[in-house]
Structure formats: structure tokens, C-alpha cells
Design a protein around this ligand. Structure first.
Ligand SMILES: [Fe+2]
Length: 334
């Protein structure tokens, strides 16, 4: 009998929402009572307002309390606390240790992305996410030398791949665009934002579904439509022009067509892809391959880059060279 049934059976009629224990790393104190599962029963494990420290969190992880719970009608307190953290770090990114600040902002943005997936039509959540990611983009454009360290620190946090992949792919995109010397910083900033929000349409499927290898036919269809769904969610709510919206629309088209070309010399569709769309697509593929899934291991960066080499082949030789030049500096990660 699963835990929820046990609870129902014992007439403990309360409703809890799950969240990752790692979120506690970013809070000074518990925003509400926090519950965990012990012997298949929900038990209060941290009282509201308890001052949090790494020791408490380490103990919870050691006990297997990875997924913890809060009353659903108190979940807004958790969201507000994390949002306040995100606002604070967004305002003071350049004050103090830049590596530490950027790392914190990347982690808080990823936690906040989960809130956005849960409530994609909420303007306050989207606006805060957009404002903060813009600020991070400017920082990353100016600090290419910190990318590898940031990447290595970020993946240690073990965020769910659905929320980590857009961050990683957009970080890489920034580096490759900057190295190419073909784009102004403002153009790179807009492409970073485009890349970061391109998969927001995936919020149409519950995140746990992506842990499964196989989706149902209907879920597959929703997944395949996620670029259009992303546009629906973003249109008129975020400051991206029609060219960037077009990139979101086509952010998988290039790789899908290339795969078709590799197996069929006479493909069914002809499609001319802009360089930016190809780069967004390629960084997304690399980020997807190097982040593991419950049903497959992560690929190393070198093998992911080699896979992209096959895809872009001769058609985008310059662009591939920019990628190689950028990832050359990732000496510890290959
Ligand atoms: Fe996508």
C-alpha cells in the first residue's frame, strides 16, 4: 500500500506538496512546518522557523529524506522565501565573490524555474525569472573564463534535468556566440534568453513523466509540440522579437532533419535553418547528452561534441569550430 493510501486510511486528511530537500540549502530558516515520510507515514521533521544549516540538511539526506513536503496551502511561503533570495542575488550579482554569486543565482533560478513550470501563466513568476536571467546573461557574457567552473559547480547540485538543461545549454550558447565574435553582447543576451525559455512548453506534461523512457502517444504528441506551446506561453509576455520567437519554434527542426538526412538521402522536407537556430539546437543536444536521465547514463562532453560534429558536418563548419574552441577550455570536464 503506498504512503498516500496509508494516510487516507488513517483519516489524516491533509494535503502536502513535495519539494526537494536541496531547496533547504538556500533558506536561512524553515518557511513552514516541513514533513517527511517515516515508516510510510508523514511526520513533521522540521518545525516552522527552525534555523537551517548544512548539518540538518546532511542528516535528512543521510536518512533518505530527499523528497520532503509542505502543506499545499503553505507552499506560497516557500516560493516567497526563494523569490526573495533570487531578487537579492539578482540585485547584488557583481558585489563580492562573482563566482559564488553567479553559482547561487544559477541555482536559485533553477529552483524558480520549477515554480514557473508549476504555474506558467503566472506573470509575477515569469517576470522575476526573465529579469533575473537577463541579469545573469550579462554577467556570463562578460565572464567567459568562469564558465567551466560554474558548470562544474552547478551540476553538483543535481537539479532535475528538465530544469538544469536550459541553464546548461544557454550557458554554453553564450560562450560559443561570444567566441565567434559575430554577435554584439546585446544580441547574445537576447539569444541566451531565447534559449533559456525555449522549452517552457514542456510544462504541459508533469515533470515526473520525463523520468520515464516511454511516454504515451498523447504525451509524445504534447512533447513534440512543446516549441509551439512555449510560444503560446511566452507570446506578448516576454521581450523577445519575432526572430527570436521563430528560433524557439524551430529549435528542434535542424537536428530532426539532419537525423532524417543521415538515414534518407531524399528527405521529406527542405528547411533552411538560421545559424543561431542551429547553435541553439546544438547546445541543447550537448546539454541533454551530458545530463543523465533515470533511464540512461550521461554522455561525456567529448562524445556529445562528436555527435554534434556528425550532425553539423560540412554545412556549419565555422560554427562547429567555434564550439570546439569554446569547449577546448573545459579541460576538467571532457
Ligand atoms: Fe526543446
Amino acid at each position: 500500500m503506498d504512503a498516500f493510501k496509508v494516510i487516507e486510511k488513517s483519516h489524516m486528511a491533509f494535503k502536502l506538496s513535495p519539494f526537494s530537500v536541496r531547496q533547504l540549502l538556500f533558506l536561512d530558516k524553515a518557511p513552514a512546518d516541513i514533513y517527511g515520510l517515516k515508516n510510510n507515514m508523514f511526520t513533521k521533521i522540521i518545525k516552522a522557523n527552525t534555523v537551517l544549516n548544512r548539518e540538518i540538511i546532511r542528516e535528512l539526506i543521510a536518512e533518505g529524506q530527499i523528497k520532503i513536503f509542505i502543506y499545499t496551502d503553505e507552499a506560497h511561503k516557500l516560493i516567497s522565501a526563494q523569490q526573495e533570495n533570487l531578487r537579492r542575488i539578482t540585485r547584488s550579482l557583481s558585489i563580492g565573490d562573482p563566482l559564488k554569486n553567479a553559482k547561487l543565482q544559477m541555482n536559485l533560478l533553477t529552483i524558480h524555474m520549477e515554480f514557473l513550470y508549476q504555474d506558467p501563466t503566472n506573470d509575477d513568476i515569469l517576470n522575476l525569472q526573465a529579469q533575473s536571467i537577463k541579469n545573469l546573461a550579462v554577467f556570463l557574457i562578460q565572464n567567459i573564463g568562469l564558465h567551466e567552473k560554474l558548470y562544474n559547480e552547478y551540476i553538483k547540485q543535481k537539479h532535475h534535468f528538465i530544469f538544469a538543461q536550459p541553464m546548461i545549454s544557454s550557458l554554453f550558447l553564450t560562450g560559443v556566440l561570444k567566441i565567434s565574435k559575430m554577435y554584439s553582447d546585446r544580441e547574445i543576451e537576447l539569444l541566451f534568453i531565447t534559449s533559456y525559455f525555449k522549452d517552457i512548453g514542456m510544462s504541459a506534461i508533469p515533470v515526473e513523466k520525463y523520468n520515464q523512457k516511454d511516454l504515451s502517444q498523447k504525451e509524445k504528441q504534447i512533447f513534440n509540440n512543446h516549441p509551439l506551446e512555449s510560444i503560446k506561453i511566452l507570446n506578448g509576455r516576454i521581450s523577445l522579437g519575432p526572430n527570436h520567437i521563430k528560433i524557439i519554434e524551430n529549435h528542434h527542426t535542424f537536428s530532426l532533419l539532419q537525423k532524417e538526412l543521415l538515414t534518407d538521402p531524399a528527405p521529406s522536407a527542405q528547411f533552411i535553418t538560421g545559424t543561431e537556430t542551429v547553435l541553439v539546437n546544438c547546445m541543447d543536444i550537448i546539454a541533454a547528452m551530458i545530463t543523465g536521465r533515470p533511464y540512461r547514463e550521461a554522455t561525456n562532453l567529448f562524445d556529445a561534441l562528436d555527435f554534434v560534429r556528425v550532425l553539423v558536418s560540412d554545412e556549419y563548419a565555422h560554427e562547429f569550430r567555434y564550439m570546439v574552441n569554446y569547449f577546448k577550455s573545459f579541460k576538467e570536464s571532457v
